[in-house]
Design a protein around this ligand. Structure first.
Ligand SMILES: Cc1ncc(COP(=O)(O)O)c(C=O)c1O
Ligand SMILES: N[C@@H](CCOP(=O)(O)O)C(=O)O
Length: 480
């Protein structure tokens, strides 16, 4: 399988070649030259497979330069019930991403796909644990070192750091928006004392952190000299590993592979739902992919109106689902590339416009009229909506959900279709946003034993301005 850039001006490369690099040299994002197609018979034959083996079936279509036995071994090492039971040991832990039906609403079943049982209690662990093992494997083959530069709004950071702490030859430099994450999220990252982990608290919002990562990646000389790699969903490895749980969710929800299912995805950087889009492009029978945003509703606005209007940092709101406080959704470019029939030149033009004037408007163009064929729908949730949804799901079903999942449930309920099951992706555990849970329910969220005293541990973090030069200087000073 070869990979090409969404901006059409980088040489095609193999999976392992793009894995360590992140952004393509022309500033675009990598996508496969074609989406492998999965037949109904293939899907049926995957029913009942252990998660690691299902992951092998899906990922072997993409990671064609990793020998079969190595890929299978990496996946079996990654996807174990021991690694994915940190939050809530449960009966069906062997499913890795168990599906919990909540009940029947408006003539259809609604359920939660549990993606947050990994070491840091958010869905990011699903891909990041695999990437940690894969980086180690790839570096052993080449003898290279890797310095990861990442941006986080709270969950990617800790998932990457827990996956990579203590690994030989890899350092992590993680940019986080100072004061914008929950106290629990900050403590998860900043309490790590491993010498290969560096936390930088940036004076800005997540988008400022993400812009710095992209600017550093676009300085090709610095990137090469400093062996910079990425773990954000701009890295194809992250997205493709997330494709697997759409297959798992579908197979757990259905009895035959002709049935349709819809997914609602709490969305910010468009990485998670982009993985759903790819699963659908591969032939997974997904009726709708519903993007649920919080008050930072750039994506909802686009799907409703055809106008993509990235917000400036000062316009990005600090909400009670803070991991989705994102106004420039990186992976949206991957979808736009497909929407433009994989025309790299046209995609580059659109995103040049985003940099120059902050967005684009396709509301009057034929491609916007065609958007329905990709199955996307969208909606937005507010602080009041999420409080009411957390209360309602607790009262009605006895299930406590986090604030991001609550945004998902709220928007899912606005898009139920009789007879088509709706799966909401559960993206984090409630303890990560305990202040809002207390506010909604008047009682504390359950805290896994491993994190009981997390907030009282000493923290190691450096404050830094939202300045590319300062970040480069920090990295350079900590490379040896
Ligand atoms: C808990 C949680 N929910 C939802 C999201 C949004 O996911 P994405 O950025 O892939 O759209 C994030 C961050 O990415 C998150 O951390
Ligand atoms: N919500 C994320 C930020 C987006 O990260 P990505 O790695 O999925 O691109 C976070 O919690 O850090």
């Amino acid at each position: 399988m070869r990979y090409q850039s969404t901006r059409g001006n980088s040489p095609q490369q193999s999976f392992l070649e793009i894995l360590l690099g992140g952004l393509a040299p022309d500033g675009g994002l990598y996508l496969p030259t074609e989406y492998p197609q999965v037949t109904t018979a293939q899907l049926d034959s995957w029913r009942g497979l252990p998660y690691a083996d299902l992951a092998y079936e899906v990922l072997s279509l993409y990671c064609t330069d990793i020998p079969e036995n190595d890929l299978r071994a990496l996946l079996r090492k990654t996807y174990t019930a021991e690694v994915y039971c940190n939050g809530r040991p449960q009966d069906n832990a062997q499913d890795i991403t168990p599906l919990h039906w909540l009940g029947e609403e408006q003539g259809t079943r609604i359920g939660l796909l549990s993606l947050s049982n990994g070491p840091t209690l958010a869905f990011k662990d699903m891909a990041m644990q695999f990437l940690g093992n894969l980086f180690e494997y790839a570096l052993k083959q080449t003898g290279q070192k890797l310095n990861i530069l990442g941006a986080t709004s709270g969950d990617t950071g800790s998932a990457a750091e827990y996956a990579i702490r203590g690994k030989e030859g890899i350092k992590v430099f993680m940019l986080s928006p100072r004061g914008k994450m929950s106290a629990f999220q900050a403590a998860q990252m900043y309490s790590l004392q491993d010498p290969n982990i560096f936390n930088l608290a940036v004076d800005g919002v997540f988008d400022d952190c993400q812009d710095i990562v992209k600017a550093v990646s676009n300085d090709h000389a610095f990137k090469l000299k400093s062996e910079i790699g990425t773990v954000n969903s701009i890295n194809w490895g992250r997205v493709v590993a997330q494709v697997v749980y759409y297959f798992q969710g579908y197979l757990l929800a259905t009895k035959t592979s002709t049935e349709k299912v819809s997914f609602t995805v709490p969305s910010g950087n468009f990485g998670n739902i982009c993985a759903g889009h790819i699963a659908r492009m591969m032939g997974l029978p997904i009726a709708h992919l519903v993007a649920a945003t919080n008050e930072n509703d750039v994506l909802d606005e686009f799907f409703r109106t055809g106008v993509y209007r990235a917000r400036k940092s000062a316009e990005t709101l600090h909400t009670s689902s803070p991991s989705m406080d994102i106004s420039k959704a990186s992976n949206f470019e991957r979808f736009v590339y497909d929407l433009l029939s994989q025309d790299g030149k046209a995609t580059a033009e659109m995103f040049k416009q985003v940099d120059a004037v902050g967005g684009f408007d396709i509301s009057k163009e034929a491609i916007f009229k065609d958007i329905g064929k990709y199955g996307f729908q969208s909606g937005r949730s507010s602080h009041q909506n999420r409080i009411e949804t957390i209360q309602d799901i607790d009262q009605r079903y006895g299930v406590m959900i986090d604030t991001h999942t609550a945004d998902g449930v709220k928007v899912a309920r606005d898009h139920l279709q009789a007879g088509i099951p709706m799966i909401v992706l559960e993206t984090a555990l409630p303890i990560k946003f305990e202040e809002t849970i207390e506010l909604a329910l008047g009682r504390p969220a359950e805290c896994p034993a491993a994190f009981k005293d997390i907030k009282s541990k000493p923290q190691r973090v450096e404050n830094i301005a939202a300045d590319v030069m300062q970040v480069k200087a920090f990295i350079t000073a900590h490379l040896t």
